[in-house]
Structure formats: C-alpha cells, structure tokens
Write a protein that binds this ligand. Structure first.
Ligand code: FDM
Length: 215
C-alpha cells in the first residue's frame, strides 16, 4: 500500500558562483515547502561532516594541500557516499533541496589549467539526476556590490570568472533541466521564482523514476 501511495520527492539543486545567494535561497525554499505541507530537507555539497568531507574542508580552508585530480575525486566521492541516503529520502517522498552538486564539481575543477569538462564529469556519471537545476546568476556589478570574497580557496574574482564560463558550458547540455534565475534582484523576488520552478518540478517528478546524471 505504501509503495502505491507514496510518491517520490524531487531532487532540486541550486548552483551559482560565490555570493549568488544559494544558501539563503535554499533555506527560504525549504521553509516555503514545509509551510505548504510538502516534506523537504536541505543537503549541501561538500558535506563537510564525513571523513572525506573533513579532508575537503581542510583543503578549502588552506590547512592542507591536495593534488588537483585527487581533490576532484574526493568531491565526487563525497557525493557518492550520500547517494544511499538521498535515494532513501526521495523514495520516502521527501524533496531534497541541494546547495551545490556535480555541476560545481565540474565547473570548479575544470576552471583549473589542464582539465577538460569531459574528464571532470566522468566520476559523477550516474549520480541521481536532479529534476531541476537552478543557476543563480548575478551580474558582475551586483556581485561587486555584495562585498568581498572570503579567505577560502577559490574565493578570488579571477577564478570565479573562469568558473562562471564553465557553468555556461555545462548549461548548454539540454539533457539537464536547467533554469537560469536572475539572482541580482531582491531576495523575495528571487525566492518567488525559485518556488514556482520547484513546485512544477515536484509535480513532474511524482510520475517518473529518478534519472541518472550524464548517462
Ligand atoms: N566545490 C564544491 C568544488 O570545488 N567542487 C565540488 O564538487 C563542490 C561541491 O568548494 F568554492 C567548491 C566550491 C566552493 C567550495 O564552498 C565550497 P561553499 O561555500 O561551502 O559552497
């Protein structure tokens, strides 16, 4: 009976460069879904609490150095280790709102010299495919207004511009349900857009099995 009545949740991903407001919007989206009696939980990548996540955290805080291919594979492994939990939640009808996913993985590593998009995508091929990926786009002048970068690795404007270009490459792939959100607007307007796209994706996801990314 449960299998017949319990419709799966949707896998919703928010992506974007630093300062786009991803974390703020993930939190607001969860709150809105719960207010509408739609079960929803937030996840984030990297998930810094696991053993692999702690290696990544130390690298991002510049407390350790890791070889570039190695850290890419750790970011991917940090997603794969969450897959059983993600599937379980989705099957329970819980919608997952995810702050960054494989797209960040590819965009950030491939912004480094000597990495192709293809090589970077490979370890993430077959991950649960998001039902919706929203790219929070912020124009450069608004990004500048939002203040300075932090001190973690990758938090420089030169690197972030390279990352933005790689995201633009990834967004040409029509096998992924991309929606570009103008995140230069105020928090409430951006939220309204995100909520509408999400509700639509939840309705569609109900009737189809979870897909496999880039496969
Ligand atoms: N990042 C994030 C990667 O380089 N690869 C990945 O697979 C993921 C998920 O880690 F600079 C980068 C992106 C960002 C940093 O920062 C994580 P936040 O502030 O926790 O999102």
């Amino acid at each position: 009976l449960k299998a017949m009545t319990c419709r799966r949740g949707a896998l919703i991903v928010l992506e974007g460069v630093d300062k786009a407001g991803k974390t703020t919007q993930c939190n607001k989206l969860i709150q809105a879904l719960l207010e509408n009696e739609q079960p929803a939980e937030m996840m984030r990548f990297p998930e810094r609490t696991t053993m692999i996540g702690q290696l990544i955290n130390s690298y991002l805080e510049k407390k350790s150095n890791l070889e570039d291919h190695t850290v890419h594979l750790l970011f991917s492994a940090n997603r794969w280790e969450q897959v059983p939990l993600m599937k379980e939640k989705l099957e329970q009808g819980i919608t997952l709102v995810v702050d960054r996913y494989a797209f960040s993985g590819v965009a950030f590593t491939s912004a480094k010299p000597g990495f192709t998009l293809d090589w970077c995508k490979n370890p993430d091929v077959g991950l649960p495919k998001p039902d919706l990926v929203m790219f929070l786009n912020v124009n450069p002048s608004e990004a500048a207004r939002r203040g300075h970068f932090g001190t973690e690795r990758y938090e420089t404007s030169v690197f972030q511009r390279a990352v933005q270009q790689r995201f633009e490459e990834l967004m040409k792939d029509s096998s992924v349900n991309w929606q570009v959100i103008d995140a230069s607007r105020n928090i409430e307007d951006v939220h309204a857009d995100i909520k509408n796209h999400t509700i639509e994706a939840i309705t569609t996801a109900m009737t189809q099995p979870i897909g496999h990314l880039w496969k």
